[in-house]
Design a protein around this ligand. Sequence first.
Ligand code: ADP
Length: 199
Amino acid sequence: MTAAHGARLLIVGPQGSGKGTQGIRIADAYGIPAISTGDMFRAAIASKSDLGTKVTEIIQAGNLVPDELTTAVVRERLSQTDAAHGFLLDGYPRNLGQVGDLDAFLAARGDELDAVIELVVPRDESIERLTLRAQEQGRTDDTEQVIANRLAIYERETAPILKVYRDRGLVDDVDGVGSLDTVFSRITHALAARGILPA
Ligand code: ADP
């Protein structure tokens, strides 16, 4: 498995783990599209599309958008030609139902995931980073109360998906504390050990 055939990757980590930033770097390096459900929902809200109207309040509260809606958005995006041979999904799947949805979608086209990168960051550190991001970017879902809700949902619904992928031998735990370059190099090393190489 090399990047010539693409790589189908997930990046999973709590809010403030830096998965969005690392996701973009990975996508660039491996020549695959970075697909972030959070970014797609924010773009939909900004463009005031039907999808945007449906998800505005849910995102504002830090709750999960219903699986049916989220999975439909992801399926459509993964069906575009640039994702035919590989992708880096950031923020999806986020619960066990979505794991099943993604499995079904990939199985129908004879594909499988190649690796799941888990960015490990202690809670204190991620809260600190989120507080900083709230000051810098002013995301409406970065208030203290909403952050707490999102972290609680992560622990309750998203953390369990890692067990499923771990049982499949797909998870690489990567220490997410360090400079952007340091963390990125840990990721590329972990992927290289699986034979997944940059483009
Ligand atoms: P974070 O990981 O910091 O919460 P994201 O940008 O990944 O930020 O997501 C922002 C919001 O978008 C989430 O709080 C949720 O409301 C919605 N969202 C993103 N991905 C999903 C998903 N897979 N399922 C349901 N809701 C999602």
